[in-house]
Design a protein. Structure first.
Lengths: 67, 269
């Protein structure tokens, strides 16, 4: 059995963004349910936040191959 | 996983049988071409990219060449796309956003068709999974939002706004200025490119694994066919998921470009 520690490292690195995405999207859904008329704005802002959080996981994904 | 598949196909002795993962993305040039030491060989990726962009361009030219007041099916479909992007631009950038609708529509449609080659039968390879495509698209986006910032605010005000955001204690600028410079000018285009690239690479590997699992395991008699059958049932789900990712990535790239343009149009508060 051979492999590389990078894969385990990538797995660990997804934890942070995973928690972050969960919190972020849960809050977005919550606020959309409270104020459906603001749903469009909340969705846009949520996607921007998701993009920022997701960048961390993507960096890990690339570095897992690159290093 | 690839190794497991190779082991099942070739019966255990698989060391060196299968190429590394690069073989999924790197194709030999069909027409070798080299100019000034730069490899410009025409390979499968380039052919796919030409094909899908030509198809999208043809669709738009045919559909919108002579627009009618009462649109036909194709025209109203294309107008729906443009209207969707226009909505994003107006919502994020504001009234000035109409200027950027052509750029953003090009980004959205271009990235969508380049990505959709991933699940198109007989193509099955997204050109955006080679770093050159996302990198170049992100470079265009970078040039536009930096250019807009310099044009709207002036060179000094734009870079001053990035480096010294107001309302911060003076001592913090020691830390804040490098971080802001890095995040605005380097990390923004980098994450734009890497997000698209990594999603396409991961999606392509997922599709390859699903399809090759069907191919390898379904004919194997004692127990292997169960794995193959599962992969066969999972394949439509995988394709649907990939279609969702394709649309989402095109949307995110377009929207983030709009966000960056909007942030360089108005000074930091």
């Amino acid at each position: 059995m051979e492999g590389t520690l990078n894969v385990i490292g990538y797995g660990l690195a997804t934890l942070g963004p995973g928690i972050g995405l969960g919190l972020l999207i849960a809050k977005a859904i919550e606020s959309m349910a409270r104020q459906p008329e603001a749903a469009g704005m909340v969705r846009t802002t949520m996607f921007i936040g998701v993009a920022v959080v997701e960048a961390l996981a993507l960096l890990a994904f690339v570095l897992a191959f690159a290093l | 996983m690839i190794n497991v598949l190779a082991a099942a196909e070739w019966g255990g002795e698989f060391e060196g049988v299968l190429d590394p993962i690069n073989a999924l993305f790197d194709f030999p040039a069909i027409i070798p071409l080299e100019l000034f030491g730069v490899d410009l060989g025409i390979n499968r990726t380039i052919l796919i990219a030409w094909l899908v962009t030509a198809a999208a361009a043809a669709l738009f030219i045919v559909g919108l060449r002579s627009p009618q007041v009462v649109p036909g099916k194709l025209q109203s479909f294309l107008e729906m796309i443009v209207d969707f992007i226009r909505g994003i631009a107006l919502e994020i950038i504001g009234p000035k956003g109409t200027r950027f609708v052509p750029l953003l529509t090009t980004f959205f449609v271009g990235i969508f068709v380049l990505n959709v080659a991933k699940i198109t039968p007989f193509l099955m390879l997204p050109p955006t999974s080679r770093m050159a495509w996302p990198a170049f698209l992100a470079l265009i986006s970078w040039l536009v939002f930096v250019g807009v910032g310099i044009k709207e605010q002036g060179f000094g005000a734009y870079f001053g706004g990035i480096m010294f955001p107001p309302g911060v204690p003076k001592a913090l600028y020691v830390i804040l200025t490098p971080i802001e410079l890095l995040s605005n000018l380097i990390l923004r285009p980098f994450t734009l490119a890497v997000r698209l690239f990594a999603n396409m690479v991961a999606g392509h590997i997922l599709v390859v694994i699903t399809l090759s699992a069907i191919h390898v395991f379904l004919p194997s008699v004692p127990v292997g066919w169960m794995v193959g059958g599962f992969a066969l049932l999972a394949a439509p789900v995988v394709f649907g998921f990939e279609l969702f990712i394709i649309g989402l990535q095109a949307y995110i790239f377009t929207m983030l470009t709009a966000v960056y343009i909007s942030s360089s149009m108005e000074a930091h508060h």
